[in-house]
Design a protein. Structure first.
Length: 346
């Protein structure tokens, strides 16, 4: 059997514990299956890049109602960009570049929908192959809708972004700058903070590893924070709440601090009352009908050089579990991907 006849897979072998939700190597199992057969009305894709996202920890624990539930032994869920290599479907031709939730595997057979039942999309013209997993995919759309629809910044606002060196946070801060706001990031370590300020254009960045976050926010924004885009939760969320301006908006995008340990809710949530503020969680799939709008605007800003994306690519199918585990220790900068194969049509 040749390599092209084997479908490499990473299967879900266990779930993070409720009281100790750390993602471990033992939660995954490597498997080899035959290359799937294609029937009438179907097409076969071969994935090239896998998207690695913190939310996968929740998918493994079945905490996300917008993702298909996984049983132990199922192929791990995940988004991928792929080439159509066989087709008996009139809407997809061999050679088409597509993306969707195909899972952690080389091959996936589709009838036009991915594992979540969502239509498989074709790559926008002139976009890099990885763009649909990052700035032009759910990562960029999360930043776009979370900031503009939930945060609702206006020129002159002070915007605070936690997880500023991550995939979503790094884009959110740039979008806030485009909206005419002062942008303060929170990240871990001098390298990430320097990158956020010097390369991405944030006005300032707080190193949560060495600085007292609440005190630094107060010093950088004496009038308070108008918009807080939070990817972290825990003590970082409390530091932001302690420095809200009147009528502030808090957009809850993620809670990476709670992905490796159990954390309590914010002790100072009364700040929301005292500051007449609003705190709202959101999921990007709620905006699916408006994704074309977001992609159009993001594409324009990228083409104009106003929006930068850094992609951190791990090379090799065997690197996939460790790439996910590394997210929770801050090992990546920008969007984390895994390259699992070359373009079969290159």
């Amino acid at each position: 059997m040749s390599a092209n006849d084997i479908n490499r897979q990473w299967l879900l072998n266990g779930r993070p514990e409720e009281n100790n939700p750390v993602v471990l190597d033992e939660h995954f199992k490597y498997n080899e299956a035959p290359r799937p057969e294609v029937g009438p009305g179907q097409f076969l894709v071969r994935s090239m890049y896998l998207s690695i996202d913190p939310a996968m920890q929740g998918w493994m624990r079945e905490l996300a109602d917008y993702m298909a539930p996984m049983k132990i032994g199922d192929v791990m869920l995940g988004r991928a960009v792929a080439r159509v290599v066989e087709s008996q479907h009139p809407g997809y031709q061999v050679g088409d570049l597509v993306y969707g939730v195909f899972g952690w595997q080389d091959y996936y057979v589709s009838d036009g929908r991915d594992r979540n039942g969502i239509p498989v999309n074709k790559q926008p013209k002139n976009a890099p192959p990885t763009a649909v997993l990052g700035a032009l995919g759910t990562t960029g759309l999360t930043a776009y809708f979370g900031l503009f629809d939930v945060g609702r910044p206006v020129p002159g606002d002070v915007v605070l972004v936690s997880g500023a060196a991550g995939a979503v946070g790094s884009l959110t801060g740039q979008l806030a700058r485009l909206a005419g706001c002062k942008v303060i990031g929170i990240a871990g370590g001098p390298k990430k903070c320097d990158w956020v300020v010097k390369d991405l254009g944030f006005d300032a960045c707080i190193d949560y590893q060495t600085e007292k976050v609440a005190d630094r926010i107060a010093a950088l924004a004496p009038g308070g924070i108008n918009v807080f885009f939070d990817n972290v939760g825990g003590s970082v969320l409390e530091a932001g709440l302690a420095n809200l301006a009147m009528n502030a908006r808090v957009a809850l995008c993620g809670g990476i601090a709670g992905y490796t340990k159990i954390i309590p809710g914010p002790a100072n949530y009364m700040q929301l009352i005292m500051k007449r503020a609003r705190m709202e969680g959101f999921i990007v799939v709620d905006y699916m009908s408006r994704w074309p709008e977001g992609m159009a605007r993001l594409s324009q800003w990228i083409a104009e050089g106003k929006l930068k994306e850094t992609v951190d690519v791990a090379d090799g199918f065997d690197k996939t579990p460790k790439a996910l585990i590394g997210l929770f220790s801050g090992a990546n900068m920008g969007k984390q991907l895994v390259k699992i194969g070359d373009d079969p049509f290159s």
